[in-house]
Design a protein. Sequence first.
Length: 194
Amino acid sequence: MWLIAGLGNPGSRYDNTPHNLGFEVAAELARRHNLAFSPSKLAQAHVTEGVINGEKIALMMPTTFMNLSGEAINAYRQYYKINPLHTLAISDDVAIPWGRIRVRGNGTHGGHNGLRNIIQHLGTDQFPRIRIGCEPDGWQGTLVAYVLAKLGGEPLELARHMIQIAADAAEMIIEKGVDKTQNKYNGYDAFAGD
């Protein structure tokens, strides 16, 4: 079984913000596979279960707020005895330019508090992740203000495009593994039309 966790913050005030890109990918995967989220009895999260590319999956949107994402993910993972290697985290990343994603099979949190908390609760950094670029090019305020600011116009359209690309990558990880997905998507650049 796979656990796919899109990271973000609960509540409509956080919709269409860079920090909720992971939530949006989880929602897109649910839409594609006709799945409906409901509150979990196992963890502080909205969860739905189904099948993607022949593999049983659980899609999760933790409701703990971003910085405590690992609490919900690990509670659910432990109940079903899901291997960390089958625990896919999807998040925003301000160190990656807009129009790009990064697929990794493991690694550090890179300063992302949601990933930091997942590593802490899983006790390992050996889990796959998809990071969606949202670099604050030209932003004058704090990073916190940036990732919680509403997107509009062209940035929102680009975010919607990258949500589709990240959902494609998540489906490929389940079907073909991290290595082949890295080879396909880590060179993707929305501005190059690849």
